[in-house]
Design a binder for this molecule. Structure first.
Ligand code: INI
Length: 176
């Protein structure tokens, strides 16, 4: 029986924040563009910090958050390494808010599970405009920037997990 050395450790598989060789797609809602354009700027800043050139990213605009899942899914099917979904839903006087929130979250998750491409969820769901402003670069940081970092990390991690067979065999391949 082969003995495993006492100090052997499991392989650690993780992403990184290096954009080299990656293509990113961003689906942005025009509804509440005062907020979503700030989130977009944050996401682009994070991608640039990862080394992404502007030509590595395509930005697609959709009317509202409800339209994000379809655009994100079509982008995920067309060769991007990660997608960022950006929207902002503000609670109104009717139940419309609840339908838009639940459908955009459900649709984005379905799209990423169907395609196997990471889709980062950067859709703010807030009770007030003030809460949204805080999360779009004021008191609570910029959630778009956080989404950009998540896209970098998940794009790389996804490539590494796609090479899972070789990793399982202990042969770490040249992973881009
Ligand atoms: N879309 C948003 O992105 N945010 C909102 O706050 C919002 N509200 O409040 O109505 C909103 N509605 C539009 C919706 O996303 C669709 O574009 C529309 O219903 C057409 O399908």
């Amino acid at each position: 029986m082969s003995a495993v050395s006492d100090n052997s450790q499991p392989n650690q598989i993780h992403g990184s924040f290096d954009a080299s060789g990656m293509r990113f797609g961003i689906a942005v809602s025009r509804f509440n563009s005062f907020i979503t354009e700030r989130l977009l700027a944050g996401a682009l800043e994070a991608l640039a910090h990862g080394g992404a050139k502007p030509s590595q990213t395509d930005v697609v605009r959709v009317p509202g958050s409800f339209e994000i899942p379809l655009a994100a899914k079509k982008m995920a099917q067309s060769g991007y390494d990660a997608i960022i979904a950006i929207g902002c839903v503000l609670r109104g006087e009717t139940s419309h808010y609840d339908y838009v929130c639940s459908e955009v979250a459900r649709g984005v998750q379905l799209a990423q599970m169907d395609t196997g491409v990471p889709i980062i969820f950067c859709v703010l769901t807030c009770d007030t405009l003030e809460q949204a402003i805080d999360r779009a670069g004021l008191k609570s940081g910029n959630k778009g920037y956080d989404a950009g970092l998540a896209a970098l990390e998940m794009a790389r991690l996804s490539h590494r997990l796609n090479a899972g067979a070789e990793i399982a065999a202990g042969k770490l391949p040249e992973i881009r």
